[in-house]
Design a protein around this ligand. Structure first.
Ligand SMILES: [Zn+2]
Length: 249
C-alpha cells in the first residue's frame, strides 16, 4: 500500500498517463484536491472515472472569494470524501482585507466539515496563530495540515486537537531542516504523505513536474529519517489515510 494524500492531478498535462505510472510505482490510492469552483469539475471527473482516485470539494485560500455555496452541494457526491483545500496563506496575502476573506472562507469550510462529519484538508502558511485559533473555534473538526512547513509547536497543537500532519517532498530538500525535524516527531499514527503534484517534486526528481508516482521517493526518505522499514511507513501512512478519509486501499 502507498497513498498520495494530496495531489492536483487535473493540473498535469496528461493525468491518465500519470495515473498509470502511479499504479506501476505501487500507489494504491490518490486524493485529488479541489482548489476552486472552476477546477472542480475536472477533479470530480477524475474521481468518477477511476476507483483509486478520490476527490475533495473546497476553495484554496488564494482563491477565497465569491460564492462558496457550490461546495456544500458537492459534498453529497459519493466520490467526494473531504472539504478543502482551505486554510490561511498570509505569505500570498499581506493586506488585511484579503486575510479577512481567507478567514471567512476557512471558517465556512470548517463548519461544513463539522456539519457533514467530513475531514478538512488545511493549507497553512505564515498564519500559525490565526489557523490554530480557527481550528480551536471549531471543536470536533477533524482533518489534516497538508504539506506542512510550519513550526513543531504548531504541529503539536494541531496533533493535540486530533489532527493529522502530511509531509510532502519538501522534506527531501536540502534547506528544509525544520520540516525534517517535524517529520521525525509526528506520531506514527498521525502521519500522512503526499506529493502536492504538480509542484514540489522530491529529490531525486526535484525540478521536474511532480506526479503521484513520486510519493514513493518521499516514503523512502521518510522511512530512513524515522528509522523505520519503508514497508511499515507505506502501510502506516495508508492506514492513517483510510482511518481519516474513510476510503482507499
Ligand atoms: Zn494542494
Amino acid at each position: 500500500m502507498l497513498i498520495d494524500s494530496h495531489c492536483h492531478l487535473n493540473y498535469l498535462d496528461d493525468p491518465e498517463e500519470a495515473i498509470g505510472r502511479a499504479r506501476e510505482a505501487g500507489v494504491t490510492t490518490c486524493l485529488c484536491i479541489s482548489v476552486d469552483e472552476a477546477g472542480f469539475s475536472a477533479v470530480k471527473s477524475l474521481a468518477t472515472r477511476h476507483a483509486d482516485i478520490w476527490a475533495t470539494a473546497g476553495v484554496h485560500p488564494d482563491a477565497a472569494e465569491g460564492n462558496l455555496e457550490w461546495i456544500e452541494a458537492e459534498l453529497a457526491y459519493e466520490r467526494v470524501v473531504a472539504v478543502g483545500e482551505t486554510g490561511l496563506d498570509y505569505l500570498h496575502a499581506d493586506d488585511a482585507s484579503a486575510q479577512a476573506r481567507q478567514r471567512e472562507a476557512f471558517a465556512l469550510q470548517l463548519d461544513l466539515g463539522i456539519r457533514h462529519d467530513m475531514p478538512v484538508v488545511v493549507h497553512t502558511r505564515q498564519a500559525e496563530k490565526d489557523t490554530l485559533d480557527l481550528l480551536q473555534a471549531h471543536r470536533g473538526v477533524k482533518g489534516v495540515l497538508h504539506c506542512f512547513t510550519e513550526s513543531w509547536s504548531m504541529a503539536k497543537e494541531a496533533l493535540d486537537q486530533g489532527f493529522y500532519v502530511s509531509i510532502s517532498g519538501i522534506v527531501t530538500f536540502k534547506n528544509a531542516a525544520n520540516v525534517r525535524d517535524v517529520a521525525a516527531k509526528v506520531p506514527a499514527d498521525r502521519l500522512l504523505i503526499e506529493t502536492d503534484s504538480p509542484w514540489l517534486a522530491p529529490v531525486p526528481k526535484r525540478g521536474k513536474t511532480n506526479e503521484p508516482a513520486y510519493v514513493a521517493h518521499t516514503a523512502e526518505f521518510l522511512a530512513e529519517l524515522r528509522q523505520t522499514p519503508v514497508e511499515t511507513l507505506r502501510q502506516g501512512t495508508a492506514d492513517n489515510f483510510i482511518r481519516l478519509f474513510g476510503c482507499g486501499v
